[in-house]
Design a protein around this ligand. Structure first.
Ligand SMILES: O=C(CO)COP(=O)(O)O
Length: 258
């Protein structure tokens, strides 16, 4: 049986400037101990403007916390005003990059095709994508949440070789549970996460599917994380609002104590 190390990642979204980022990561570093890092991989996903400061802190203090970006361009360089490239993030030693978050799909019209190009760009430059998929409320109400989410999964993974697919992180984030306080029931989250793993097994192999980490995201807090993490196909959480409170995020990392 493959053992997957849980990944707890804080998606700060458009919050915390670079000075606040330093203070926040220092708080996390002070609170987290080796035993936490032995049990769980911990990552922060700050805005682009914070990454250099976070890198300097992590390098300088030899912190075990990982970090990454919230998006990446599908292009390597050139006349793409406002975009940030994979080589730039690699130079900042980012481990992860969030791709296809529902807020980018919704407000920036990102399609599965673009998301797929960004996933490939991430791997090309040694970054691990956290590929976000999940349905809107009307899709769940129509009972189409599994089909919808698996279509996004297939679109995001299109033509990706197994060697890359096995190290990707998938974040199942039902859009209606993001920032709303409405957490998806753990059984409902497990249903979709199991379907995601099943689809990866079908597209690649059971071995690849067993290696891929699948996170749940949407109103995760210290009070509900343990129940979510108890599900067999959920290997971590992508935490928005609650990751902005260092004490709360540390409690989420220590989900086994909750
Ligand atoms: O979108 C999310 C993480 O990427 C979830 O956000 P919340 O935890 O604020 O609901």
């Amino acid at each position: 049986m493959t053992t997957r190390t849980p990944l707890m990642a804080g998606n700060w979204k458009m919050n915390l400037n670079h000075l606040e980022a330093i203070a926040h990561v220092q708080k996390l570093a002070f609170a987290l101990a080796d035993k936490d890092y032995d049990a769980v991989e911990v990552a922060v996903l700050p805005p682009f403007t914070d990454l250099r400061s976070v890198q300097t802190l992590v390098d300088g203090d030899k912190l075990k916390i990982k970090y990454g970006a919230q998006d990446v361009s599908a292009q390597d360089s050139g006349a793409y005003t406002g975009e940030i490239s994979g080589p730039m993030l690699a130079k900042l030693k980012c481990t992860y990059v969030v791709i296809g978050h529902s807020e980018r799909r919704q407000y920036h019209n990102e399609t599965d095709e673009l998301v797929n190009a960004k996933v490939k760009a991430a791997f090309k430059h040694g970054l691990t994508p956290i590929l976000c998929i999940g349905e809107e409320l009307h899709v769940r109400e129509a009972g189409d949440h599994v089909t919808h989410t698996l279509t996004q999964l297939e679109g995001g993974l299109k033509d990706l070789p197994a060697e890359q697919a096995e190290s990707i992180v998938i974040a199942y984030e039902p859009v209606w549970a993001i920032g709303t306080g409405k957490v998806c029931g753990s059984e409902d989250a497990q249903e979709v996460c199991a379907a995601i793993r099943g689809k990866i097994a079908e597209l690649y192999s059971q071995d690849v599917a067993d290696k891929v980490r699948i996170q749940y995201g949407g109103s995760v807090k210290s009070g509900n994380v343990a129940e979510i993490m108890a599900k067999p196909d959920i290997d971590g959480a992508l935490v928005g609002g609650a990751s902005l409170d260092a004490d709360e995020f540390v409690k989420i990392v220590r989900f086994r104590d909750q």
